[in-house]
Design a protein around this ligand. Structure first.
Ligand SMILES: Cc1cc2nc3c(=O)[nH]c(=O)nc-3n(C[C@H](O)[C@H](O)[C@H](O)COP(=O)(O)O)c2cc1C
Length: 201
């Protein structure tokens, strides 16, 4: 039985196209892998806090004492222990909502999700073999001049490299807020892709 962690950074609930694509993926995944467990983390319900001078000092003190039992590290330990990870986040301000960055800040803990070798080279400590990143965008960023301004997928790939997660797959639906585009059709296509990805994820 594999442990799947689903990180939901979508704030618009039922309205969220990103969440609906993720749900379609998970539905198919569950069908294909009924014995696996899926834990859903709704980031907006967690009341996450960005690191402050106090929490950073506490974290550093705990790390120096090698005390990883503190609740401050629960999210990092959960992320590090997952076999497969799915993140759903809309494209906001050229990357993703701040709540996901705050979550990443919380899970990026040296000694839990990554570490450094003696020569200073980072080494990933996460168990996950794969991570699927699902996003939707109002505009089009997969081609043309805008491509280099898409910071969501490259950021997730980079942080996964630090965590030791080799296989990062992304599914995106874009152009959803462009007048004249058939947003429902674009979302449907992404759902079909999600179903295909679920068969081998
Ligand atoms: C706060 C905010 C910031 C956004 N920033 C961008 C952006 O930088 N580029 C873009 O193409 N669309 C942007 N959008 C549009 C969303 O990417 C698009 O509507 C997306 O499909 C929303 O996903 P959802 O339906 O899952 O909420 C933004 C939307 C919001 C609410």
């Amino acid at each position: 039985m594999k442990k799947i962690l689903f990180v939901n950074a979508c704030v618009r609930g039922e309205q969220s196209r990103t969440l609906n694509i993720a749900r379609r993926f998970l539905e198919e995944y569950k069908k294909q892998n009924p014995e696996d467990s899926i834990t859903q983390l709704d980031l907006y319900d967690l009341e996450l806090n960005y690191l402050t001078s106090e929490t950073l000092a506490l974290r550093e003190q705990l790390l120096q004492e090698n005390n990883l039992d503190h609740e401050l590290f629960n999210l990092a330990k959960q992320f590090a222990a997952a076999d497969k990870i799915v993140i759903a986040a809309p494209f906001w301000d050229l990357s993703f909502p701040a709540v996901l960055k705050v979550y990443i800040e919380q899970i990026s803990v040296q000694g839990i999700t990554f570490d450094y070798k003696e020569d200073g080279i980072p080494v990933g400590l996460c168990k996950a073999e794969k991570l699927l990143y699902i996003t939707t965008r109002g505009g089009e960023f997969s081609h043309g001049f805008a491509k280099e301004y898409e910071m969501g997928v490259p950021y997730i790939k980079a942080i996964c490299a630090l965590y030791g997660i080799q296989n990062v797959i992304s599914i995106s639906a874009e152009g959803l807020d462009i007048v004249g585009k058939d947003a429902a059709e674009i979302v449907n296509k992404a759902m079909e892709e999600a179903v295909e990805v679920a068969k081998t994820f």
